[in-house]
Design a protein. Structure first.
Length: 114
């Protein structure tokens, strides 16, 4: 029986957010903060709580394990449609090149005025 934060949970299939994080870490072998998990729940990116006792949210152990095994993982960008897309760099984008171009323009204007 879980007795975290003074609440006795009679159903062993339910876990608190902190216990859910421990389950996720055990399943994925990666660290997740409890606040990150709560943020995922709030944004509907993690399983919804099945019960609420006071202010404590309780989650289904089975749903948490399934979600942990199927989530994209740390650093996975699901919002990018083209994974080959890279940042384009040009020589004109560097500050030193801009300074040289500006001085060349200034010299040209000086020659035109003379």
């Amino acid at each position: 029986m879980n007795t975290q934060i003074g609440i006795a949970v009679s159903e062993p299939k339910l876990v608190t957010a902190q216990e859910a994080v421990a389950l996720i870490e055990a399943e994925t072998k990666s660290v997740m903060k409890a606040q990150t998990f709560r943020s995922y729940v709030y944004r509907d990116l993690a399983p919804a709580p099945v019960k609420k006792v006071g202010r404590t949210l309780l989650f289904s152990r089975k749903q948490i394990i399934e979600w942990a095994q199927n989530r994209p993982g740390s650093g996975a960008r699901t919002d990018i449609s083209d994974p080959k897309r890279t940042r384009r760099t040009t020589s004109a984008a560097t500050p030193s090149t801009r300074a040289r171009a500006k001085s060349a323009d200034t010299e040209q204007l000086a020659k035109d005025d003379a």
